[in-house]
Design a protein around this ligand. Structure first.
Ligand code: NAG
Ligand code: NAG
Ligand code: NAG
Ligand code: NAG
Length: 665
């Protein structure tokens, strides 16, 4: 029996639900059989007395906590909440930050002020904002989180306007992202790419306290010893196995095969990301979780420019990104149809970029942006068009500084086969034009700063990149492509395998490969003989430490080569390009393993690519002058000693090594 009191309180709740409903005339439209209408906004108090904002466009209904602006619910199709109903944090923006004398903090950027920005037949744009209160509990930033819900659009756009005043205290920001925790009862199938998709274990399968999993070398990686579903038994789970380079990170997400529903995060542009086109970021992972990362140190480390000094102002619009919901009523092979539809939708979003429906004047329209065109040549002893080269605008700085830049916008493209490039939709501002050319070492920077104004069309005509070279090549190892992909990547361990990565093209994503070095080279280190060895078989993909008992020791690799004659007075050059470095120090010696090093990198790198199953982290190039007197007629040996060995993860990846003769010019 339902008591009178309960009925009365339900009536009150119902009346509260009707508090401030702002309805629109319904323009009924159709999306795959669902009627859509102009979105309505309701501000209510829910049954717990907390304020909520509910937006409904007839396709889905999204609930925000107000004025915090956390997404607490998305009702779509027959799913009452596609987000995780068991957690408090379900859909949110967050930031990690740190200030002098204040421990690192995670801030979920809860708004203090709710506003409706736009409301019409076409769309609703709402804002949850927070101005810094001067206290040490919040990151010193003004943040305005925006959400746009459109008529006849099956998803939510979100962007954030982040701003700091110059007089505010020095602060370091490690990570800014948007995160969604999905309903674990519904979403089990994850898609990152055509060839990277699978059934996933559950969050509980990772639980080491309940005995489902065993910890591995660090907390992100566990072995699923007793998963709920036996198909995952003994597999490794680690979210870093699903990272993606920014240039490829356009759409990823989850599918509920039970409900034939997909949940996708679409990034129509990379302008708001950091670190350039090959910066790697997390995507989706066990949770079920799905993320868009705007700023992070992943695969680069603390070299990322995340520190803001007193006197330094900063403002950046992050996003919009699109949270897309789709469904397939036929129910046949949703893994295929929903992913294909998500890719189609991504193309549409890219086409529509820069969106013309964003209300903030901090987001320039297409007309308020500029274009730059040109043709890149590479001059490595002879001039050729630079095909498939990366060309981009980023804040002014040293060559390659875009790799660590998080503060400004970046606009990248690739040249076509004949070196032509067009970069469009550039925000007005002053930039350097940067680039690099696969097949060649070094970083390109155009000699002049580029000033882009609203509507400007800059034509650079012909630009020439002169890669570093001091003389003809004597020999080389690898391919200059900023990765260690072409080297020997060992087979994964049977008992810690991820079945997704058995193909040689992405075997490097397997867990634990670094341990294979000690097995392959238990006593003597790697020796590579020019003209005899083959880099895809004989050059281990990472220069790691050797594990002996409970300790780790430095390792010294040798490159052995013959010289028929030596120019004693000449100056040779060793071009040494690294694809990754993590708490490493590389010493280079010629023909005497125990001499004072000819060259040392000093302590470099925190990109952690070895532990994070990357095939590259951040790029470093060293052009090392080698006096001819250090060389011999006949057999020579270069000793490459990575001298740091605290654990398994101090190390390097080489991109490319070349010895050049003295210049003949
Ligand atoms: C609604 O959206 C769908 C899918 O994007 C599109 O095909 C359709 O034409 C739209 N309908 C209206 C009335 O705009
Ligand atoms: C490269 O782009 C230029 C300029 O748009 C165009 O004329 C040329 O045909 C393109 N070349 C190739 C191989 O696509
Ligand atoms: C390996 O991956 C490449 C590139 O994605 C693909 O072309 C090839 O068919 C794959 N091979 C196997 C054995 O799966
Ligand atoms: C090096 O090894 C790879 C893989 O085994 C092979 O395909 C290639 O032909 C070898 N290269 C040479 C020059 O022998």
């Amino acid at each position: 029996m339902i008591s009178q009191k309960k009925i009365a309180s339900s009536v009150i709740c119902f009346l509260l639900l009707l508090l401030l409903p702002i309805a629109f005339s319904e323009t009924t439209r159709n999306l795959k059989g669902i009627s859509s209408r102009a979105p309505t906004v309701q501000q209510i108090r829910n049954k717990h007395g907390t304020r909520e904002v509910i937006v409904d466009n007839g396709i889905f209904r999204v609930t925000f906590s107000s004025p915090e602006g956390l997404i607490t619910g998305i009702r779509y199709k027959e799913i009452d909440n596609v987000l995780n109903p068991y957690l408090r944090a379900r859909g949110y923006w967050d930031i990690t930050w740190q200030r002098e004398n204040i421990l690192p903090k995670l801030d979920r950027i809860e708004g203090t002020n709710f506003r409706i920005i736009t409301q019409n037949e076409e769309q609703v744009e709402i804002s949850f904002s927070r101005n810094w209160n001067g206290g040490s509990d919040h990151v010193p930033l003004n943040v305005d989180k925006r959400y746009i819900i459109r008529t006849n659009t099956s998803g939510i756009y979100t962007y954030g306007i982040f701003e700091r005043q110059p007089e505010w205290p020095e602060v370091e920001m490690g990570l800014i992202r948007v995160a969604f925790k999905l309903n674990p009862d519904r979403f089990h199938y994850m898609v990152v790419a055509d060839n990277r998709q699978r059934e996933m274990p559950t969050d509980d399968d990772r639980n080491i306290h309940s005995g489902h999993a065993m910890p591995l070398a660090y907390k992100e990686a566990v072995q699923l010893t007793h998963p709920h579903n036996q198909m995952f038994k003994n597999q490794v789970d680690d979210k870093y196995q699903y990272t993606c380079e920014v240039k490829d990170n356009k759409v990823h997400g989850w599918i509920s095969t039970k409900s034939n529903v997909g949940f996708w995060l679409i990034s129509p542009s990379s302008e708001y990301r950091s670190g350039g086109p090959v910066k790697q970021e997390l995507t989706s992972h066990v949770g079920p979780t799905t993320l868009t990362t705007f700023i992070s140190e992943h695969y680069v480390g603390t070299d990322m420019e995340t520190r803001y000094k007193t006197g330094e102002a900063w403002k950046k619009v992050l996003g919009p990104v699109f949270i897309y919901l789709n469904s397939d009523s036929t129910g046949n092979n949703p893994q295929y149809s929903l992913w294909e539809d998500a890719k189609r939708q991504t193309e549409q979003e890219v086409e529509a970029w820069p969106y013309d429906f964003v209300a903030s004047s901090d987001f320039p329209t297409r007309q308020e942006r500029g274009t730059i065109t040109g043709r890149l040549f590479v001059n490595d002893r002879f001039l050729t068009p630079a095909g498939s080269a990366y060309v981009g605008l980023a804040p002014p700085g040293q060559a390659g500084s875009w790799q660590t830049n998080t503060k400004g916008y970046q606009f990248w493209t690739q040249t076509n086969e004949t070196g032509y490039f067009t970069i469009d939709n550039i925000r007005p501002g002053t930039y350097n034009l940067y680039g690099w050319v696969p097949g060649f070492i070094g970083d390109f920077t155009y000699q002049n700063l580029v000033n882009v104004a609203a509507g400007s069309e800059i034509s650079l005509d012909r630009v020439v990149f002169q890669p570093p070279r001091n003389g003809p090549t004597l020999w080389e190892i690898g391919v200059p492509d900023r990765t260690a992909r072409e080297y020997f990547v060992p087979e994964p361990y049977q008992n810690t395998m991820n079945p997704l990565y058995l193909n040689h093209t992405d075997k490097f994503r397997q867990y634990g490969l670094w341990q294979r070095y000690t097995e392959l080279y238990p006593i003597h280190d790697l020796v590579y003989t020019i003209g005899v060895s083959n880099c895809s078989q004989d050059w281990f993909y990472a220069h790691v430490t050797r594990h002996i008992g409970s300790t780790y020791v430095p390792t010294t690799w040798q490159i052995v080569f013959e010289l028929p004659y030596v120019n004693w007075r000449g100056s040779y050059t060793l071009q040494l390009a690294l694809a990754s470095a993590a708490r490493a120090s590389l010493q280079v010696r010629f023909n005497n393993e125990y001499s004072w090093p000819l060259f040392s990198t000093g302590n470099i790198g925190r990109d952690n690519a070895i532990a994070r199953h990357g095939i590259h982290g951040a790029y470093h190039l060293y052009s090392i002058n080698v006096p001819g007197r250090l060389l011999r007629t006949g057999t020579n040996t270069i000793y490459l000693r990575q001298s740091k060995a605290v654990g398994a993860f101090e190390g390097l990846m080489y991109d490319y090594i070349r010895l050049e003769e003295p210049s003949t010019a």
